[in-house]
Design a binder for this molecule. Structure first.
Ligand SMILES: N[C@@H](CCC(=O)N[C@@H](CS)C(=O)NCC(=O)O)C(=O)O
Length: 100
């Protein structure tokens, strides 16, 4: 049995990018806007009312903020990290690569 919990399964979704978000989160909106601008398919999962999922996210990522963003199931951080990947030209290749 996994010790990592059962709620956070970003690799189970068909979209290359999965974001865990909450209501009224400006960084979440910016992350979604960037992905939409780049035509990157994503799944947004709202954990506002799911404290167990939020706790699991903290455990998995070591971060307490939202959004928490995964590319092909791998944690990359939040909006800032997403933007940095894009700014240095690495995001498109990561999104295009098959899940590993
Ligand atoms: N550097 C982070 C900042 C994210 C951030 O500050 N998010 C706010 C919500 S917009 C947050 O999670 N605050 C703490 C909380 O809601 O518990 C990023 O780029 O994603």
């Amino acid at each position: 049995m996994s010790e990592q919990g059962t709620r956070i399964r970003p690799a189970d979704h068909p979209e290359p990018v999965v974001l865990y978000v909450t209501h009224y989160c400006g960084y979440c909106m910016m992350a979604k806007a960037l992905l939409e601008r780049l035509d990157v398919p994503y799944r947004s999962i709202d954990v506002t009312t799911d404290p167990a999922a939020r706790a699991e996210l903290v455990e998995r990522t070591g971060r307490r903020t939202v959004p928490q963003i995964f590319i092909h199931g791998r944690s990359i951080g939040g909006y800032q990290e997403l933007h940095e990947l894009h700014a240095r030209g690495a995001l498109a290749a990561m999104v295009a690569s098959a899940a590993s």
